[in-house]
Design a protein around this ligand. Sequence first.
Ligand code: XUL
Ligand code: CO
Length: 443
Amino acid sequence: MSEIFQNIPVIPYEGPDSKNPFAFKYYDANKVVMGKTMKEHLPFAMAWWHNLGACGVDMFGSATIDKRFGAAELGTMECAKAKVDAGFEFMQKLGIEYFCWHDVDLVPEADDINETNRRLDEISDYILEKMQGTNIKCLWGTANMFGNPKFMNGAGSTNDVDVYCFAAAQVKKALDITVKLGGKGYVFWGGREGYETLLNTDVKFEQENIASLMHMAVDYGRSIGFTGDFYIEPKPKEPSTHQYDFDAATAIGFLRQYGLDKDFKMNIEANHATLAGHTFQHELRISAINGMLGSIDANQGNVMLGWDTDNFPSNLYDTTMAMYEVLKAGGVTGGFNFDAKNRRPSNTYEDMFYGFILGMDAFALGLIKAAALIEDGRLDDFVTDRYKKFDSDLGKKIRSGNTTLEELSNRACEMKSVDIPASGRQEYLESIINNVMFSKVEK
Ligand code: XUL
Ligand code: CO
């Protein structure tokens, strides 16, 4: 099989002084940071759909990027296999060890689901063959239950029992393929699991049905040997006006309400966090403190546009604070999937590599800076000190649930009045971040 990305070499690490566009400046796979190699901290993954599928189409124009990878036509099994070849060459040149997919990214969907399933069997045999002798593994799989018109009113949340069967069938097959490829996780992203208007929607009915579909997925997955995590990927809107998995807090509440919290964790996407009016860091923190930090869809939004633009991550403040949360949480159980696509005018093979080099370096430098913030210790010390009044006997009673409203009220009445608490020192803390961010990176 001939090389697809000709003239693009295996991408080496050359360090911060390198000007070679096809070299990492910060991502040094074997460099040890806080006791683990960068590769262990950052299990990067390639998103099949964006990298091998997205052709630069937007609401105003057709494709600008040729993703046939030498096949005669898009939408054929010949092209599906060319994508596998391209994907493996791409991952090997970048040192990426994981990939993520939707069922319909892997093969063109047929009119008859039996034929789609047959195609999935064929392509997964081919992928398995390609995996032999490499370190490349499947991070997670998922079913696309939002693109086909039958899912117009949702998949698990549909009003049509026959459509619900098709959703179940797709989840079943996607789980089969995930297990066949040794996937670590299985994702539910509910783009149509929400509503356009409450005027025609029974929210409780729909949420119960989504939970039932997830329970059946867990039962089936465990029965065929899937031991990994299921993930919900929260997103507040787009394509639906309101999506039920609005943000991590909402999704965690849903999982607990329906008894799914032992099998599920969060897959946090940076651009979804900002759509929900949160920072990426916030969503990671909420997931982590609830023991549900699973995996990450690494990208960033464009604040000027405000929709899910899926840019490659470049903002070092964001990657640093994200890695700060990840380090504090002891790492992710999943990986860092670049759910990111090239801009429409970045339409060459070289741009595909530049996107990943940008993103991998942004997270590697974020990791270095997050470790430096932790080692610096000023942030941690400040936070510990900020709550120190709770070290008192009374504070300990409150923390252990051993007091009453009456006791606390009596205490307040004895004190008569209280001074305002100490300064939050936000500006000082932000200056620490800048200080650490702009200290030199050792080579
Ligand atoms: C959509 C999105 C999806 C999920 C998988 O915004 O992020 O690609 O990651 O369905
Ligand atoms: Co995503």
